[in-house]
Ligand binder design. Structure first.
Ligand code: BGC
Length: 745
């Protein structure tokens, strides 16, 4: 054979082999969407080379996993949540800045804490679904949310993202949210696993918490997300838990999550949070993010950011590092196969192989999505105080309204950090009040005080005095003064904790001065966490908590203030009178990068109850413009075996003049127990809408999970026989009905 013929023959053979390979792949079982997911996973895994497997377990960039052209494996395209979709081109420092390279708009939904205040898992599903629809419209596959970390301390900068202080409430909300989101085929990521409860030294802190505390307080919402809602992804946290980094923490990731709970999806690292190769590879981490060639630049940038924690690291699941660890016998092949298997499973189950090409340019901010944002915001608003029925305002009787405060003409849609989205529009309280008040009522605006840290020129004593005088003047000559105060995204944010539990500088003084000249002063708060109020509580006849309500917040606030909607939100966190009353007081933020959760399971109202501390406003509290009467509590059976459900029913009537909704709350008190237990714990609730005069029987079923505590000695849940008291009421401190049952052996 001469050289030319030889070359031709070789090329032909190569070409034929490639064609055969391709056509072989085209009909390969993994390409067949009709086949069961596990069959497709097995097939594809068997076709992957070792390098291809290793390439799958770290990202290709900031928010994308690695695609594989030979096998037709798509990338997984992620975006931050949890209250809308943030641009995915870089960290929030970049995407939230004015010169962001990609300006993505999406609906700004109310923050997680607001969602929790609705006590309406159906609305959580609606928000999850609406966000997922927008994710699809923008061509993303996976949302990095929801956040379910418990509000341990009111100082935490990210309290606004989560669902408050109670594990049961958080569990009910996250199940709704994830079902809504994943029902649309978008992968939800429940984060940050686990015990990620402060920003101060978040990348280095070692959380010391005992097993019972973890099991009863800090992981139940994750468990419900996995077991009840089938969450496909879990994000490990930055911090250490009991000495081990969360992405390396085999107790959390393997023993609890994958073994005990049967999690079938993948664990993704928080961004730049790995510190070595073998430990996370063996500890249960499946996908390291971000990944790819830009890691050194990202690490350097993150380290230079002011206020940022310095121990940023990553890039440990790069192919050559993993290959070396395997060659050295530090990581087993099975561990790698398991990671790839999990990633492929989730991709098949969510149709990623069939979604071609990724759709984008779909509709966002649709009328339905805007309506969902408004509905959540309306139901989230908590009426804290309403002396002499100052609210709702009677528009027919008003001639003038003073709209005052740093949050009046600015829509405080959410807090700062990776959850911040750019809505196309956002309704400010001022806009909405003008719209609702109409031409007959004069609506005046005065800033009163600028938001601390936002406009340094206005933070001087002279500038403050002038703004205050203007506000007092306006308030004095108006029929009512509506004061919009609270926090903004520079006060409550990811990346740092709050400096103080007081309102930002000058706001207490503003409230005092305005309330002095106008008896009809209504304080409306934007905050994601409790604020202290003792300096003005007695002077303010009405207080409304509007959280961070998303882009429709202004409308929702006006709906409540003018009585177009009846407030029904209830606090998902205890509001405290003083910092020293906080459960974590003395054990936050820790020392030398170590924080001890010494209060144990006594977090939130469990702490206030145990130590008999009077809260400012208790967990579960919220007023309405109508009244509700509770009666006829029935508990059956009176004696039940541990595996037998106990049914609790009661009658709820709207005994006032307006239609409204009440959240009926059911707490359990274990009368006698071998282990110390909280005075009461929330075990069921239902939001019930009633017309005036209407009554309804509300029924709850309590099962073994409601009676049980975690026994560290037995390493498991125990439903101990004995008497239980059922407490039904309108808040954790407003118990209207009591009943008992006995758990038998
Ligand atoms: C945050 C995560 C977020 C990730 C990606 C991290 O700093 O803790 O919540 O999903 O960045 O933006």
């Amino acid at each position: 054979m001469n050289l030319r013929r030889e070359l031709w023959a070789t090329s032909a053979i190569v070409l034929l082999a490639a064609l055969a390979g391709c056509s072989g792949l085209r009909s390969a079982p993994y390409k067949n969407a009709q086949l069961p997911v596990e069959r497709r996973v097995d097939d594809l895994l068997s076709r992957m080379t070792q390098d291809e497997k290793l390439d799958m377990v770290s990202g290709a960039g900031w928010m994308e996993s690695r695609a594989n052209a030979r096998l037709g494996i798509p990338d997984i395209r992620m975006a931050d949540g949890p209250m809308g979709i943030r641009a995915w081109t870089g960290s929030s420092a970049l995407t939230n800045s004015a010169n962001a390279p990609l300006k993505i708009s999406s609906t700004a939904f109310p923050a997680g804490i607001a969602l929790a205040a609705t006590w309406n898992p159906g609305l959580a599903a609606l928000e999850g679904q609406a966000i997922a629809q927008e994710a699809k419209a923008l061509g993303r596959d996976q949302m990095l949310g929801p956040t379910v970390n418990i509000n341990r301390t009111p100082f935490w900068g990210r309290n606004f993202e989560g669902y408050g202080e109670d594990p049961y409430l958080a569990a009910r909300m996250v199940v709704g949210y994830i079902r809504g989101m994943q029902g649309e085929g978008i992968i939800a990521t429940v984060k940050h696993f686990a015990a990620n409860n402060q920003e101060f030294k978040r990348r280095t802190v070692n959380v010391k918490a005992d097993e019972r505390t973890l099991q009863e307080i800090y992981v139940p919402a994750f468990k419900a997300a996995v077991q009840e809602a089938g969450a496909w992804s879990v994000m490990s946290a930055y911090n250490k838990v009991n000495g081990e980094w969360c992405p390396d923490n085999s107790h959390l990731l393997i023993d609890i999550l994958k073994h005990d709970w049967g999690f079938k999806g993948y664990v993704v690292s928080d961004w730049l949070s790995t510190h070595s190769t073998p430990a996370p590879a063996n500890g249960g981490l499946d996908l390291e993010m971000p990944g790819g060639p830009n890691i050194p630049t990202w690490i350097a940038t993150a380290k230079n950011r002011p206020g940022g924690d310095q121990a940023t690291d990553g890039g440990y699941f790069a192919r050559e590092k993993l290959a070396a660890a395997i060659a050295a016998g530090q990581v087993k092949q099975d561990a790698i196969d398991d990671k790839v298997r999990r990633l492929l499973r989730v991709m098949f189950a969510n149709g990623l192989f069939e979604r071609k090409p990724h759709q984008a340019n779909g509709p966002i901010d649709t009328p339905e999505q805007m309506a969902a944002a408004r509905q959540v915001a309306v139901q989230s608003i908590v009426l804290l105080k309403n002396n002499a029925n100052l609210l709702p305002l009677d528009a027919a009787k008003l001639k003038s309204i003073a709209v005052i405060g740093p949050n009046a003409a600015v829509a405080r849609t959410g807090g700062g950090g990776s959850s911040a989205v750019r809505p196309r529009y956002a309704v400010t309280p001022l806009d909405a009040i003008r719209e609702r008040a109409g031409a007959q009522i004069q609506v005046g605006l005065a800033v009163g005080v600028s938001m601390e840290g936002e406009e340094p020129a206005k933070d001087t004593p002279q500038a403050r005095a002038a703004l205050l005088a203007e506000a007092v003047d306006l308030a004095r000559k108006s029929d009512v003064a509506l004061l919009f105060v609270g926090d903004g995204p520079k006060i409550e944010s990811e990346g740092f904790d709050r400096k103080s539990l007081d309102l930002p500088a000058g706001q207490d003084e503003l409230i005092q001065a305005v309330a002095k000249v106008n008896r009809n002063t209504v304080v409306v708060l934007n905050a994601g966490s409790p604020v202290l109020m003792s300096k003005w509580l007695g002077q303010a006849p009405a207080i409304v908590n509007a959280w961070f309500p998303g882009q429709e917040g202004g409308h929702a606030i006006a709906d409540i203030l003018f009585g177009d909607a009846n407030p029904s939100g209830k606090l998902p966190v205890t509001f405290l009178k003083a910092e020293k009353d906080s459960p974590a007081y003395g054990h936050y933020p820790g020392e030398n990068s170590e924080v001890e959760y010494a209060e144990g399971i006594y977090v939130g109202y469990r702490h206030f109850d145990k130590h008999d501390i009077q809260p400012l406003f208790p967990f579960g509290f919220g007023l309405s413009y109508t009244k509700f009467a509770y009666s006829d509590l029935k508990v059956s059976p009176a004696k039940a075996g541990a595996d037998q459900p106990v049914e609790v029913s009661l009658k709820l009537a709207n005994s006032g003049q307006r239609a409204g909704a009440e959240v009926v709350q059911l707490y359990l008190h274990d009368v006698k127990s071998s282990l110390d237990r909280p005075v009461k714990e929330l075990k069921a609730f239902e939001r019930v809408e009633l017309k005036p005069g209407e009554a309804r029987t509300v029924t709850f079923k309590l099962d073994k999970s409601a009676f049980s505590y975690f026994d560290p000695a037995k390493k498991g849940w125990v439903a101990e026989p004995g008497a239980f008291e059922v407490q039904a009421g309108s808040s954790s401190r407003d118990i209207r009905l009591r009943g008992v049952f006995e758990l038998t052996k």
